[in-house]
Design a protein around this ligand. Structure first.
Ligand code: NG6
Ligand code: CA
Length: 500
């Protein structure tokens, strides 16, 4: 009898939990490739925590970021508007002004309006402040994530390879050190400050291209900075800091619905994971960084379990763009691949209009509501997450907001396998390609076909139009434009519509 009452009580409380609005964690890796996780076929690296997430959720095999670099990809994700609509959405410097305008509607606004507590933790890379280069880093900044619907933020302004190398928490530099005021310039060095050019021998991780300006923590970066003192980050602690702040956010808000936009620094360059991971992987630092990413995922999953809210938390794990090997530091990512393919079977990589540029891992878990699916091939795009979340939590998008985003929540929850008719993909030179579930079209381009600095990556630009039959040729090896005029024409039309 006692057992029976216990069961009734348990079912009752589960029912209550399921009726409550779910917590939502959008966990975005940086430069993590489609093939970089064990559950997506990675070699040489174990990702047990991501595997656990995938086993308990849905593993999507055809989900796309909207762009092949961070800033435009994240801009689209958070605003539901394609980045090509705005000229100023290319990879942002660390002293870029806020790219999203305070009056623009964001994913965080959506959740906040619905009564959620909202947080942004980790890599930001969407600009801060009112005017580029005019920020006073020693005072509270204006135009921060707090003006974009986030109640809380603990972020890196850009990426770990760009100054300023400090965290911003609630508009100010975290652990601000008044004895070492911070100055930042993307034009010229501060007199007497060492750089990767003048002090190359002192670096603990050498640069391979670019990344030879200010030295912080023994690694030279893009841009110049002075000061920071005890507020400067140590690269080996970045994952720990991001995880610790995320765990704290989860604990503090366990009893109310929350939205956490959690962006890891892994596996972006410079790759310098904690010594718990460093030197452990046959692929070297890049493999270590993937292992560290997996550890972060484990921290989040454990925190949800500990807080008793794993059941009713929707987690979406994905990446902002495709993978890259040598992205400016001599970390031997190419030499030590040992048979691993970061893009899985796809052509191109980060920066590229080929599939490797934007095909990303996508795992969705919500134990209270969705049954596991080991493989879901529905064609989906990050652009739709905003409106899909709106339908999930019953929140309205105001007129003029998220103009490119559509409700695909049934697909993200595995309840419909109807693909998006097409998705569009922006490469680093802003060439826009489109793909349907069957075909891929890249318009003719006179721009460089190869990333024109260090990494030898095909970015998809070719002087003639390209058409690929992705069902027969997912690796985009054979251009079939000439032999399929009718299909070519229909894809041209889709491309025109996608650019309007
Ligand atoms: C490139 C950087 C690269 C990386 C990228 C942005 C050079 C030579 N290369 O310009 O290292 O920082 O920008 O990456 O400086 S992203 O993932 O944030 O988009
Ligand atoms: Ca990125």
């Amino acid at each position: 009898m006692r057992k029976y009452w216990f069961l009734v009580g348990l079912l009752g409380s589960l029912g209550a939990a399921a009726q409550q609005k779910p917590n939502v964690i959008l966990l975005v890796a940086d430069d993590l490739g489609y093939g970089d996780l064990e559950c997506y076929g990675a070699k040489n690296v174990e990702t047990p925590n991501v595997n656990r997430l995938a086993e308990q959720g849905i593993k999507f095999t055809n989900c796309h970021a909207t762009a092949a670099t961070s800033t435009p990809s994240r801009y689209s994700l958070l605003t539901g508007e394609y980045a090509w609509r705005r000229k100023d959405t290319d990879v942002a410097a660390g002293n870029a002004a806020s790219i999203i305008r305070p009056e623009q509607f964001t994913m965080a606004d959506l959740f906040k309006n619905a009564g959620y507590t909202t947080g942004a933790i980790g890599k930001w890379h969407l600009g801060l402040g009112e005017v580029t280069g005019q920020q006073d880093w020693n005072a509270p900044l204006k135009n921060t994530p707090r003006d974009l619907g986030f109640d809380y933020h603990y972020i890196q302004a850009a990426t770990a390879d760009r100054v300023p190398c400090v965290y911003l928490e609630q508009d100010t530099v975290a652990n601000f050190d008044p004895s070492a005021p911070i100055f930042v310039s993307y034009r010229e060095n501060f007199p007497g400050e060492p750089t990767g050019l003048t002090h190359r021998d002192s670096l603990k991780l050498d640069w391979s291209h670019g990344h030879n300006q200010s030295i912080v923590d023994g690694i030279s970066r893009i841009g110049y900075m002075k000061g920071g003192g005890s507020a400067l980050w140590k690269d080996e602690n970045i994952a720990d800091s991001i995880a610790a702040h995320s765990v704290r956010f989860i604990r503090e808000h366990a009893s109310e619905p929350f939205f956490l936009y959690l962006c890891t620094n892994d596996v972006h360059v410079p790759r310098w994971p904690h010594e718990r991971f460093r030197g452990k992987n046959p692929m070297g630092l890049r493999g270590d960084a993937i292992a560290q990413f997996d550890w972060t995922v484990g921290q989040v999953l454990d925190a949800l379990e500990d807080a008793g809210i794993a059941e009713n938390t929707l987690i979406i794990l994905t990446s902002d763009n495709g993978p890259v090997l040598d992205d400016g530091y001599a970390d031997q990512a190419i030499e030590l691949l040992n048979g691993h393919s970061p893009t899985g079977p796809f052509r191109g990589a980060k920066y590229s209009g080929y599939e490797g540029g934007t095909m990303v891992p996508m795992i969705v878990r919500w134990p209270a509501e969705i049954a596991p699916q080991p493989e879901n091939p529905t064609l989906l795009s990050h652009i739709d997450l905003l409106r899909s979340f709106g339908s999930l939590i019953g929140a309205e998008v105001p007129d003029g907001g998220a103009v490119d985003s559509q409700d695909y929540m049934a697909q993200f929850l595995g309840r419909s396998t109807e693909s998006r008719p097409w998705v569009s993909e922006l490469n680093h030179t802003r060439t826009l390609s489109v793909r349907t579930p069957h075909w891929k079209y890249l318009p003719a381009s006179k721009l460089t076909p190869i990333v024109n600095w260090g990494p030898e990556i095909e970015n998809g630009n070719q002087p003639e139009e390209q058409l690929f039959n992705l069902l027969a040729d997912p690796s985009e090896t054979t251009n079939v434009a000439a032999s399929n005029p009718a299909i070519l024409n229909s894809l041209r039309l889709i491309h025109r519509r996608a650019s309007e």
